[in-house]
Design a protein around this ligand. Structure first.
Ligand SMILES: *Cc1c(COP(=O)(O)O)cnc(C)c1O
Length: 357
């Protein structure tokens, strides 16, 4: 079977080593005599998987014991619900920075549970840059929610100033893409299917002082406190999904966050440089310091040119580069598992395309 070069935004490409190890576990997980797909969620084998994954998250994110770590189901969107359900008390306001599709949706979900304000937005420029940071927050702000990387519009916060409220971040599309001070956050979460594994699990990391401030009684499945108490096994957990995340965490540690960050920089630099010097392709985000290293969004001069380039890529087995339906053009996702060589192949094709015009 011909192999594709996979630039999909999520579910995203996985490293070969991770896929091979996962395939072995599908046949037989360690000496259990069972497949990872059959492993009971209350077995010691699965408890070991959870514990090792938590240790690796703690280590890779440089977290101390002030933080609790849980694996949940329902992807990124369920976190959009659980955050306000658990942490937005009546009488307080949740502040959201609206930097694109996901950030906006997170704010919309919060409005079901309480008062919600948009502290800053770049909607008026179609989210082609980040909004100005210093913003005034209401006195009774319960937390400020940000999206560290805007998967659809291709912007990313590279530096965050201090904020004087609980900072909660959706890191779905750039978690562990490099070193960052995770202790700035009272909570962060990430759907796994971009840098952390496969769809069906989400990681949530919550500081204990925030956890203690849980705003209301919610059903056990939706309660962070209860999920923490039950060590992520309130119901039948996504055993194979958490195992895939463990394999990704081991791979991340083995590669080293510094090396991953350096490679992510090189990949993004190569692609942005090709776009910037091209006469056919145009970057969506022009402000260099706002550009995402994970999702590079660009257009071509005409819809016809876009179709032609898309077809050229398809003939070369490149998949997953079409832009989100709301932005058109192209979006190339350069998550941790993407090798520099794949970017070089794409850049070569862009140059070939341009000189053929
Ligand atoms: C992909 C993504 C999501 C959505 O995750 P689902 O698991 O599909 O709900 C949320 N936020 C960001 C930033 C994303 O990139």
């Amino acid at each position: 079977m011909e192999r594709k070069i996979n630039f999909n935004p999520g579910p995203a490409a996985l490293p070969d080593e991770v896929k091979e190890e996962f395939a072995l576990a599908v046949r037989a997980y360690k000496n259990t005599g069972l497949s990872i797909l059959e492993l009971p969620h209350r077995s010691t084998a699965f408890t070991d998987i959870i514990e090792e994954s938590k240790t690796l998250v703690r280590e890779l994110c440089a977290l101390n014991d002030d933080y609790e770590i849980v694996w949940l189901q329902g992807g990124g969107r369920l976190q959009f619900c659980m955050v306000p359900m658990n942490f937005l008390p009546d009488g307080s306001t949740a502040a959201y920075i609206d930097t694109g599709h996901w950030a906006h949706e997170a704010a919309e979900y919060a409005a079901y549970y309480g008062k919600c304000t948009i502290a800053a937005t770049s909607a008026s420029v179609q989210y082609s840059k980040l909004p100005q940071w210093p913003m005034t927050l209401p006195d009774n702000t319960a937390y400020l929610h940000i999206t560290t990387n805007n998967t659809i519009y291709g912007t990313q916060w590279h530096n965050l100033p201090e904020v004087n409220t609980h900072l909660i971040a959706d890191m779905s599309s750039d978690i562990l893409s490099g070193k960052r001070d995770c202790t700035q956050y009272a909570m962060f979460y990430a759907a796994a299917q971009k840098n952390l594994g496969i769809a069906g699990v989400a990681l949530a990391v919550i500081r204990k002082d925030l956890l203690e401030k849980t705003a209301r009684q919610v059903p056990p499945m939706l309660s962070y406190q209860h999920q923490v108490k039950q060590n992520s096994v309130v119901n039948t957990a996504n055993v194979a999904g958490v195992y895939a995340a463990l394999l990704m965490l081991r791979w991340t540690k083995q590669k080293g966050l510094d090396n991953i960050a350096a490679e992510n920089n090189l990949k993004a630099k190569a692609l942005y440089a090709a776009i910037d010097k091209s006469k056919v392709f145009n970057a969506r985000v022009t402000e260099a310091t706002h550009r995402s290293l994970m999702n590079v969004c660009f257009t071509a001069e005409s819809p016809e040119a876009e179709d032609a380039f898309m077809q050229l890529c398809a003939r070369q087995s490149i998949v997953g580069i079409e832009g989100h339906r709301v932005t058109r053009g192209f979006r190339v996702s350069l998550y941790n598992a993407i090798p520099l060589s794949s970017v070089e192949t794409l850049v070569g094709l862009m140059q070939e395309f341009e000189s053929s015009l």
